[in-house]
Ligand binder design. Structure first.
Ligand SMILES: Nc1ncnc2c1ncn2[C@@H]1O[C@H](COP(=O)(O)OP(=O)(O)OP(=O)(O)O)[C@@H](O)[C@H]1O
Length: 330
């Protein structure tokens, strides 16, 4: 199986009023693993994901699939992406079966019967009745459409799957079933997966590794349980504190993870030093001696450590200043 590596990837959206939406990001999705990418709206999650499939402009760095730069892969890369909106991803005039057939790489199946059988196999894989192959998507619910979108992605026989907020446009009542399906398919096929969500409960449910993004940077990455129960970066702690408690529903839509009391910095003019210093509860806003946060960028290449955080004070007394849940100690 294949791993997906972002090697110091930057994405710049053009023009004079342009911005660097992803700034030298290093992240590895190892073979067969699920990496959950979390961060508030505008942090660059989608931009990073889209860079892997050529939909956002990589201005520096490389995206590697199985060690090969995706731009140099001649054959169709073994990488597929499922998007947030299942209503715009299917052609309303094509039957479900036609949509899926279209996604089967050319030359893999010769003959109509073989392709029809493959479509039936794919529909079964996503728990849809193969008898519906002739239906138009207009007759499907959002959850069913997202299953078809997944079947289309799987038709390309990917080894790596990118899922970008695939349940956030769905009715809360079907989100769980779609997440279960994605998890089952990922395990059954041994896929590597980059799973994007702003919902921490959803991230916790699916991820082996969690990466946290803020203003175009990965600020913390590590084993899911460690990051979510013993966060090292103040931003991660703020996200966890702002999310509903473990007692609320997994699919509570309030779990949008925005920190309570401050606006994100302007992505056109990211702060110097640590990008989080304008909001950080343990940085120069509250501690005059923490000038280093204003001056020195703590971002390191996080890809090579098991659990790392881009914070000058992640290991010291700052951890006592804020604890997840919002309470503070003197
Ligand atoms: N096509 C584009 N042209 C210019 N700027 C863009 C474009 N797409 C995204 N951006 C900007 O890049 C930054 C990152 O956006 P992105 O959509 O990647 O974030 P995100 O974390 O996925 O947020 P969301 O959860 O809202 O989708 C934002 O400031 C956004 O306004």
């Amino acid at each position: 199986m294949t791993d997906l590596v972002f090697d110091a990837v930057s994405v710049r959206y053009g023009g004079r009023r342009g911005l660097t939406a992803v700034d030298r990001v290093g992240l590895t999705v190892s073979s067969g693993q699920v990496v959950g990418l979390v961060g508030e709206s505008g942090s660059g999650k989608s931009t990073l994901a889209r860079a892997a499939v050529g939909l956002s402009p990589v201005s520096a760095g490389r995206v590697l699939l199985g060690g090969v730069d995706v731009r140099k892969l001649r054959r169709r890369p073994p990488l597929q992406m499922v998007f947030q909106d299942p209503y715009s991803s299917l052609d309303p005039r094509m039957s479900i079966g036609e949509s899926i057939t279209e996604a089967i790489p050319r030359g893999v199946f010769s003959g109509r019967a073989a392709r029809r059988e493959e479509v039936a196999r794919l529909l079964e894989l996503v728990n849809l009745d193969p008898g519906r192959a002739g239906h138009l998507p207009g007759r499907l619910s959002g959850g069913q459409r997202q299953r078809v979108a997944l079947a289309r992605a799987l038709a390309g026989r990917p080894e790596v799957l990118i899922a970008d907020e695939i349940t956030s446009a769905l009715d809360v009542s079907v989100q769980g079933a779609v997440l279960n399906l994605v998890r089952d398919v990922q395990r059954r096929l041994g896929l590597s997966m980059l799973f994007i969500s702003h919902n921490l409960a959803v991230i916790r449910y699916l991820s082996d590794i969690v990466a946290v993004m803020y203003l175009g940077r990965i600020v913390e990455v590590g084993p899911a349980e460690q990051v979510l129960t013993d966060p090292q970066h103040p931003y991660t702690r703020d996200l966890l504190a702002a999310a509903p408690s473990a007692h609320t529903s997994l699919f509570d839509t309030r779990a949008d993870g925005a920190t309570a009391d401050a606006e994100p910095a302007d992505p056109h003019h990211p702060p110097a030093g640590c990008r989080y210093h304008t909001r950080c509860p343990v940085g120069p806003l509250v501690r005059a001696d923490r000038e280093i946060c204003l001056q020195v960028d703590p971002t390191e290449d996080a890809a090579h450590r098991r659990h790392s955080a881009a914070c000058h004070f992640s290991e010291d007394e700052s951890r006592r200043l804020t604890i997840p849940g919002g309470a503070s100690t003197p």
